[in-house]
Design a protein around this ligand. Structure first.
Ligand SMILES: Nc1nc2c(c(=O)[nH]1)N[C@H]1C(S)=C(S)[C@@H](COP(=O)(O)O)O[C@H]1N2
Ligand SMILES: [Mo]
Length: 500
């Protein structure tokens, strides 16, 4: 093994032990102070919209794992170079480690609500890296001229150092998640809905279409947090303030005392591509946001209600939409369970008819009444529209693109949505034939998606199937294709099938 290769390995091992021990320090200073998560978080906040789009379309909801893995690979390459540099000049190697510390510290202390202690994991990591490198590089050098004893010493040294790093890293993550709010969540007893709970009508589920109600486990997850915020209901508060005559603050206990309703609402992400699956339907338990806002009494020109999460993320909804009588909820339950931590435990917003990025604030702790001209919420300066009403869309769930079917009757089925307006018609077109009306299944309300089906007599050959929906206001989904940014994808979903 060449000297440069050994030095590179020494650098990588030193970085592993540094980052691993930093994870342990982060158990005490907060999960987001770990250099990996802090730097990853800064990247998330600064990627341009097209890159974020690309990340979501390639990695789907695994975009976070991809980001952390990418950061770790970059770090390994950098650390290898620092190890090689150390052969020539310790001064430059220290400078390389110092740069790592500066990046880690600046990322960690600028995260929302970070204290000065957030700098500790990166600082300690830098010290550990220097310590480990000072020991491993001389071991790497001692191997020349070829000597099996010193080579063994080098490999054992690298192994131990990297091993301590890996074990430390996993232990740190493990402690962090065991200190998480999972226990607090288990002890939550949800109040009952004070009104009748809607039932899913018989026949709402069409064979071959996605489940009408999405399970909590399968529900899509989109947010900017690399580690979901851990919010203890005991300390949770919601403050409604800004342009209001009567600012209010409510605690978890007070929230539980309020009138609760349970409503099916289909949530959709603006990043959903035509035919995509960033959409889900759940039964949400919560209290009416309208009542809370009425109590706070917004000033007439406070046209924007900005919700803020404990992690600093914001979204802005039109105040009028939250107060127009639709079931805009401050939600605490999802399908009969307390909100899963990833879906906003203990409290989030759910607003029928608005994309998630302008309405569905998870881990919500603040609603500030302001004006659209005075404040841009998180995604607006990143290239997304300030207003995000959900567009009328439809999707073919079966047959899948590329599927083969025997000749004869082929059931085509899927979902369509135009939350809060409702769907009045879904049509299917095979090749260049006429558009044919699909059968609409019953749905709970206009706030949920609806399933549809169409029995087609498949003839031998390759075919293209397209779908389009019309909302209850009579507007038919446009054929014109548009990407998700700035305000939602458009176009008709189509699949190619072979009948033989
Ligand atoms: N705190 C916080 N809330 C958030 C987000 C976020 O990044 N942070 N993302 C929003 C977006 S873009 C969507 S589509 C929905 C997704 O909610 P879900 O993950 O429960 O499906 O949450 C919204 N609420
Ligand atoms: Mo979203």
């Amino acid at each position: 093994m060449k000297l440069t290769l050994r030095a590179g390995l020494a650098g990588i091992a030193a970085a592993a032990v540094a980052v691993g021990l930093a994870e342990i320090v982060a158990v005490f200073t907060g999960p987001l102070s770990s250099p990996l998560l802090a730097v990853g978080g800064v990247v998330v906040d600064h990627v341009p919209a097209p890159v974020k789009d690309f990340g979501i379309s390639v990695f789907g909801t695994h975009d976070k794992t991809a980001l952390i893995t990418g950061t770790a690979i970059l770090l390994a390459v950098y650390a290898g170079l620092v190890g090689i540099v150390a052969l020539r000049s310790w001064l430059w190697a220290y400078a390389g480690i110092a740069l790592f510390a500066v990046i880690g510290v600046s990322a960690a202390v600028t995260r929302h609500d970070a204290g000065v202690f957030a700098a500790l994991p990166s600082l300690i990591a830098a010290a550990v890296a220097i310590f480990a490198l000072r020991r491993l590089v001389p071991l790497a050098e001692a191997v020349e001229p070829v000597d099996s004893d010193s080579r063994r010493r080098f490999l054992v040294g690298v192994g131990i150092v990297a091993g301590v790093g890996v074990v430390g890293g996993f232990a740190g993550r493990l402690f962090t998640s065991s200190r998480a709010v999972t226990e607090a969540r288990k002890s939550v007893v949800l109040p009952k809905s004070s009104a009748a709970v809607p039932t899913v009508p018989a026949g709402a589920q069409v064979a071959g279409a996605t489940p009408y109600v999405s399970s909590n486990e399968s529900f899509y997850r989109i947010d900017t947090s690399l580690y979901p915020p851990q919010v203890d209901p005991a300390t949770w508060q919601l403050r409604i303030h800004g342009m209001v005559r009567n600012p209010i603050t409510i605690t978890w206990e007070q929230l539980l005392q309020r009138q609760m309703v349970e409503r099916y609402v289909t949530l959709a992400c603006v990043s959903n591509e035509v035919g995509g699956d960033l959409i889900g339907n759940a039964l949400w338990l919560g209290t009416a946001l309208k009542d809370l806002l009425d109590e706070a009494d917004p000033l007439p020109d406070a046209d924007q209600a900005v919700a803020r999460s404990v992690d600093g993320w914001t979204c802005g909804s039109p105040t009028a939409v939250l107060r127009d009588g639709r079931d805009a909820l401050l939600a605490i339950g999802m399908n009969g369970q307390p909100l899963p931590v990833e879906h906003g435990f203990p409290v989030r917003m759910v607003v029928p008819g608005l994309y998630g990025y302008v309405s569905a604030c998870k881990w919500v702790t603040e609603i500030e009444l302001t004006r659209f001209t005075d404040f841009d919420a998180y995604w607006v300066p990143r290239g997304w529209s300030a207003l995000g009403p959900i567009k009328t869309e439809s999707r073919i769930d079966t047959p899948k693109d590329g599927a083969k079917r025997p000749a004869g009757q082929v059931m085509i089925a899927g979902v369509a949505w135009a939350q809060h307006r409702g769907i009045s018609k879904v049509e299917v077109q095979v090749d260049d034939n006429a558009w044919e009306a699909a059968t609409l299944a019953p749905a709970v309300s206009a706030d949920t998606w609806v399933q549809w089906s169409y029995a087609w007599q498949g003839t031998k050959g390759d075919h293209r199937i397209q779908v389009r929906a019309t909302d209850a206001e009579g507007q038919t989904q446009t054929e014109e294709g548009a990407p998700p940014a700035p305000d939602g994808a458009t176009g008709w979903h189509s699949v190619e099938v072979t009948v033989d």
